[in-house]
Design a protein around this ligand. Sequence first.
Ligand code: NAI
Length: 281
Amino acid sequence: MSIQNVAVIGSGTMGNGITHVFALYDYTVQLVDISDNIIQKSINIISKNLDRQIGKNIIDETKKKSALNNIKAVVGIEKINYDTDLIVEAVSENKELKLSIFNKLDDIIKPESIFATNTSSISITELAVKRPEKFIGMHFMNPVPVMKLVEVIKGYSTSLETFDKIVRLVKNLDKVPVLVNDFPGFVSNRVLIPMINEAIFALHEGVADKEAIDTVMKLGMNHPMGPLQLADFIGLDICLDIMNVIYTGYNDSKYRPCPLLKKMVAANKLGRKTGEGFYKY
Ligand code: NAI
């Protein structure tokens, strides 16, 4: 069975980016969310992002039209086609919500289809309660139409056949799949978030001020953005949640979240989304 018919569940930041890419590469995509209003807003964002690609001469008007034609709005997971080859779940980062969705889908979708999750921190193995051999992590990066990497995460029981199919699919989307095993934070967040946490410790302990810390990492390590600026961009609440997943997942004090990070989240200084984090917006 080759993958042609995809359903992306959740049309938020990640869901609309993932849908954009599948539609552009001629897959049929059912874009699923809880209301038509939310889905239409997401399709408008996709349309604007396609325009941006036209402006950069990456695609033309005909390609945009065919991409939008490949997207079908679906309200509620019950309405997803039985014949769907692949589910890519991108709903909010909540384990119970994700589990309940896969539970229901198992009764609705043909048994051969693959279940993938875009979770950034929840264990793939713990989510793979239904059809564990056909369950896999597909961790796209934000913004999806721009970023090349997809971490392909094997759960404990993910079959080689499932893994191979997803690797081929990711290459067909002109992205680069990287094999990762199922451990807290995978690779991307295991390395990135503790680095951000360490930068916050450096600020907390008075090693340097925030501009100095960001400048060292930008000019000294060639990072496009300093770690504190990046934390504001990601959201300090998200950084804290992921840090806690890694800390409890490994039971290792080296991953303890910095007290300053906890305090800022408690004060609702979450970064760009609340207008203030380490910097003001
Ligand atoms: P978001 O909050 O922007 O979007 C979530 C969407 O899911 C919303 O549109 C919501 O209405 C929808 N939803 C909730 N319950 C639903 C249900 N029962 N049926 C259908 N749709 C439902 O979230 P975002 O940022 O797109 O994150 C989605 C997933 O991707 C999370 O697991 C997150 O950890 C992961 N992720 C996020 C990244 C980011 O930079 N935002 C990067 C990589 C992964």
